[in-house]
Design a protein around this ligand. Sequence first.
Ligand code: UDX
Ligand code: ADP
Length: 452
Amino acid sequence: MKICCIGAGYVGGPTMAMIALKAPSIQVTVVDMNATRIAAWNSDTLPIYEPGLDDVVKQARGKNLFFSTDVVGNIQSADIIFVAVNTPTKTYGVGTGLAADLRYIESVARMIAEVAGGPKIIVEKSTVPVKTAETIKEILSANTKGIKFAVLSNPEFLAEGTAVADLINPDRVLIGGERTPEGEAAIKTLVDVYANWVPRERIITTNLWSSELSKLVANAFLAQRISSINSISALCEATGADVDEVGNAIGKDSRIGPKFLKSSVGFGGSCFQKDILNLVYLCQSFGLPEVAAYWESVVLMNDYQKKRFANKIVRTLFNTVADKKIVVLGFAFKKDTNDTRESAAINVCRDLLTEHANVVVYDPKVPAHEIISDTLGKGVTNARLTVATNVYEACKGAHAIAVVTEWDEFKTLDFAKIYAGMPKPAFIFDGRNILDLAKLTAIGFRAFGIGK
Ligand code: UDX
Ligand code: ADP
């Protein structure tokens, strides 16, 4: 069997590497029109940082895992084609800022229709709005050659930073397809691929729309938990309660559970905001404004939390950060990834720059040029924004430190040494609640957490 995956990004790359590793009899080729990205997948420095991924790729690459720019050739020879191209939020026209931009999906569907020489199973892997499979099906069935295509939805639930562990041991694999004999046969083919390593009882099959909607709803529920605890963090700061203590107490209720109750400077990543806005757009389109408003509030609370963090820094530093040096520790949207999409750090840096602070950013994995372009826009520079390669050097002479990503290395910094090099009073704002505030206070810092 041959699998081709179109899109060598954060989803396509790791997922296909795992299929290749666990199903040695299947030949897996990941294709992308971005030649630089493909070259990186074929090199010793993979284009994405993900713990454990190097090993997985090294074991399978060249045996049954290949990375190529030959999109057409690999479409033609594949039995199953995964579509893992990007689906960003629309920045123009109808649905601007809410709806998903499906042009990459559509162009892939058109290309498959044009070049495929025989029947194929098309698997939607990218997160897409409900009913996208319908669009893909329509484009494919309009091909002039009378070829039969089956379209499946198989959303990916891996989280960045833990992708390899999530792929090896997923809570569930979800496969949606048409409940026709052809659809059922296609579902069975894909179930058998995953059954190479995933226990059958964890492979769930549904109709197409349930599968597409479940992905959006899973992300909306996870993000909702973060916004819920973040809303409580503001109340904790006002009342003297401690948000970690509240989170721990409520999480012990087995009906609530302990995960995704960590208050933070705000959630980021390519999925949560995009998928909720997609859900909002879907509800609006189906005439359900109350449902749309309910889910939109999750994103609004997240915006409020990011703003509140930056405002707190300004307010605490005597209402002015103009010309003060502020060190931002971490720029990725979470630890163990080099991905910065929708990272709270972007908003925090922008807000501090608006207040004319001198912002110095340090992140162990995000390249300097990306930090600058994410914050200011492509090609734009600002003398007030610089990137450091050494935390201790960066903190010398700083008025305040803001921890924005929970990288493990920040927990073991020598804060006494850092404190000695800062003007007094020295401030530290822990946007991830990873530091021991009592210890920092004992050193002399004026230390603040979220919801503390
Ligand atoms: C998410 C979903 O978890 C995953 O199933 C889906 O496939 C893609 O979207 P991801 O965005 O990669 O994955 O990471 P996740 O671990 O969910 O974190 C998202 C954001 O929420 C990060 O910014 C993280 O720091 C933040 N977060 C997470 C919190 O602020 N508090 C928490 O308790 C958990
Ligand atoms: P995700 O996080 O969903 O994996 P990425 O943006 O990291 O998203 O990856 C999507 C990839 O899909 C990009 O590398 C992009 O070049 C690729 N892509 C988009 N459209 C096409 C296409 N028509 N043919 C081949 N590759 C494509």
